[in-house]
Design a protein around this ligand. Structure first.
Ligand SMILES: [Zn+2]
Length: 235
């Protein structure tokens, strides 16, 4: 086993029904103020949870000990640890994940290409073809490619031997950087929704938006904000 970047953007992969060859579509409405589907919030929650797994110094210490002080081996153990925990989280999903379907996992291969892990096998895929071919929320694809771009950039800058021997701390930091980008992308879509729709949203939606990391505190001039947001959108 020489590859580390079996990116745990694979989190929902165990659910993945064969993906229909149908284009991705936005799940966060941009024209109407309908709340995003349950799955959109759940995806953010899962990504937050996985990122936390990469953020625990105690876990890293334990794994370094378990690897007998071999830092590169500890990185592999962290990879295994996160995949196992992510699979456990996957058993606790609350949304149906039928519509939208879950996105596949992605990884960045040693040639620095982004690969979609489909039920039919791995397929090298550009962002554009992923958006064209994968029947899921387009926001999930955009966010996953933002995550993989972190690995791709580092892959181009580092030689493969260096990368194979990368220690646990460097590995964890790289994954955290990936999840930070991925979450920022997902939250940006939600922020756009909230900026235009907070006034029309239910308390339940506000609660979900807040749990996803968006501030729902009313500013001092909520009405003028809502008006500004509407005029930006041109309606
Ligand atoms: Zn990653």
């Amino acid at each position: 086993m020489n590859k580390l970047y079996i990116t745990i953007a694979v989190m929902l992969a165990w659910l993945s029904a064969p993906l229909a060859l149908q284009a991705a579509a936005p799940c966060v409405p941009t024209k109407k103020c309908e709340p995003p589907p349950c799955e959109f919030f759940e995806q953010i929650k899962m990504k937050q949870a996985v990122m936390r797994l990469f953020s625990k110094p105690k876990v890293r210490q334990q794994l370094i000990r378990k690897a007998g002080g071999d830092n590169a081996k500890a990185a592999l153990l962290l990879n295994e640890f996160v995949e196992k925990k992510a699979a456990e989280l996957g058993k606790k999903l609350r949304c149906p994940w039928k519509n939208p379907l879950p996105p596949p996992g992605f990884e960045t291969n040693p040639s620095c290409e982004i690969v979609a892990k489909l039920s039919t096998g791995n397929e090298t895929m550009s962002r554009e073809s992923a958006l064209r071919k994968l029947d899921t929320c387009s926001e999930f694809i955009e966010a996953a490619y933002d995550h993989e771009q972190v690995h791709k950039d580092i892959c181009f800058k580092t030689n493969s031997l260096e990368r194979a021997n990368e220690g646990i701390t460097v590995y964890a930091a790289e994954e955290r950087a990936g999840y930070t980008k991925e979450l920022a992308s997902l939250r940006a879509s939600l922020q756009r929704f909230w900026d235009s729709c907070s006034a029309e949203s239910s308390a339940e939606t506000a609660r979900q938006v807040a749990a996803a990391g968006i501030s729902v505190l009313k500013s001092k001039t909520p009405k003028s904000n809502a008006r500004n947001a509407r005029s930006v959108r041109g309606n």
